[in-house]
Design a protein around this ligand. Structure first.
Ligand SMILES: Cc1cc2nc3c(=O)[nH]c(=O)nc-3n(C[C@H](O)[C@H](O)[C@H](O)COP(=O)(O)OP(=O)(O)OC[C@H]3O[C@@H](n4cnc5c(N)ncnc54)[C@H](O)[C@@H]3O)c2cc1C
Length: 398
């Protein structure tokens, strides 16, 4: 049963209060300490508080212990949590775990749910998603070199992946691998297989040094080599050959999560820009706010953020009503549009702060570094633009 507007407002207010009181005030310590392991005791303490409030893992259906929110409602929660770096992690709705939970809820067997999903929902373990490969264009996932060969009741995986985010310290990976290379339908060639990270042959090579993600553990992106990595066939998700279908199911809601998170980040940067504009004196009695260029940045940012929110919530409503397949154009449109709005707003906020914007004395510089990749991950801008145009033009060529 859908949650009432009043109950939802109450949840939003409680989450906003928690973020304000418990997380925003403690951000400085994250800038001072750099390893994820250093942050864990503090993060676990905050997670326990969220568990006690009954708001942990809010994104999942009630039957799995979540809040049973619609995607439209969930988007609004993501926006609030994203105003601070660890907000989503503290509520256990961070990528890539949230996406992996969805896959396991929709396609997992009883064994897979018991072994992998349950502890993931409880926040006892972490996971990663291992698809992109350095030797092949990630923009065309039909081109993949990692092969899983069936031998008896096992699959033997060999291949090379990178940008397996959060792999260090993860308990398992969901690996996208080719299981049927000769299938005439290229969309039936790949499968998703659960690989426990302590399996022999799951070789963690390194955390790649990535702009904005210079950390470790959950905050890093790993290179992995699968070398005769052997897993039982019961680790295949759904049916063999269903890899692309499962990936497709996951992408719609995932993009709503990303975009609403970016809007939360925009709002934070916007606040900082406005506060700086009214407080920075540039001549006796005159602040930055008196300059038309700054006023234009503020007005343009407000308009772009508001437009983004409406577009994303509209896409979320469409998915809630008729499924992700009905909202292909909307999903791709928000992915490239909001990623660019995020770059615009962050850049204006940094510029308004002058030299201070380049330092790590505020949250802005790390956000700017971290989110340049928004235009690349989960489909580069160019791929989404092209998809939107193709879908629109289909109608015109009929
Ligand atoms: C921070 C971050 C986290 C990530 N996390 C994960 C993860 O957890 N798991 C995972 O498997 N992957 C992950 N990725 C990988 C990501 O999904 C890929 O980077 C993305 O799909 C693009 O693939 P590629 O890097 O191989 O770029 P390529 O496919 O080589 O494309 C390079 C560029 O070419 C252009 N281009 C490509 N195709 C077209 C086209 N059709 N038309 C016009 N221009 C085009 C685009 O400008 C694109 O940026 C992550 C990436 C980043 C940056």
């Amino acid at each position: 049963m859908a949650i009432s507007d009043k109950d939802f407002q109450d949840i939003k207010d409680r989450i906003a209060k928690f973020v304000q009181q418990e997380l925003l005030g403690n951000e400085k310590q994250f800038q001072a300490k750099h390893t994820f392991a250093d942050h864990l005791p503090y993060l676990e303490e905050k997670r326990n508080q969220v568990r006690e409030m009954g708001l942990f893992t809010p994104q999942i259906p009630k039957e799995y212990g979540g809040l049973g929110l619609s995607l439209h409602q969930l988007g609004q929660i993501y926006e609030i949590l994203a105003s601070t770096f660890y907000g989503l992690y503290v509520f256990n709705c961070q990528a890539p775990d949230a996406g992996n939970m969805e896959i396991l809820m929709d396609h997992g067997t009883d064994y897979q749910k018991e072994t992998f999903l349950k502890p993931l929902i409880a926040g006892k373990i972490r996971s990663c998603f291992s698809m992109t490969e350095p030797e092949f264009a990630g923009s065309n996932p039909l081109m993949m070199g990692t092969i899983a060969k069936k031998e008896g009741s096992n699959y033997i995986i060999n291949g090379h992946k990178w940008f397996t985010s959060s792999a260090e310290g993860a308990n398992f990976a969901i690996a996208m691998v080719v299981t049927d290379p000769d299938n005439p339908n290229p969309y039936l060639r790949a499968s998703q297989i659960i690989v426990p990270t302590d399996t022999e042959g799951f070789n963690f090579i390194r955390n790649i040094s990535v702009m904005g993600d210079e950390g470790d553990g959950w905050n890093a992106h790993a290179e992995i080599r699968y070398e005769n990595c052997t897993v039982p066939e019961e680790n295949v998700l759904g049916t063999p050959g269903a890899g692309f279908k499962i990936a497709q199911d996951r992408l719609g809601p995932g993009r709503i999560h990303h975009c609403m998170r970016w809007i939360g980040e925009c709002e934070r940067a916007f606040d900082m820009m406005c506060e700086r504009a009214v407080s920075r004196e540039i001549a006796p009695g005159k602040t930055l706010a008196s300059k038309q260029t700054i006023q234009n940045w503020i007005a343009d940012s407000r308009a772009e953020i508001n437009a983004s929110r409406l577009m994303v919530l509209d896409a979320a409503s469409k998915i809630d009503k008729s499924g992700a397949a009905s909202a292909k154009i909307e999903i791709s449109t928000i992915k490239f549009f909001v990623a660019q709005v995020l770059q615009n707003v962050l850049d204006r906020a940094v510029q308004t702060h002058g030299a201070l914007g380049m330092t790590d004395d505020t949250f802005l510089a790390s956000l700017w570094r971290h989110e340049r990749s928004a235009r690349i991950y989960d489909g580069a801008d160019e791929v989404h633009r092209s998809r939107v145009a193709r879908e629109i033009l289909k109608e015109y060529s009929k």
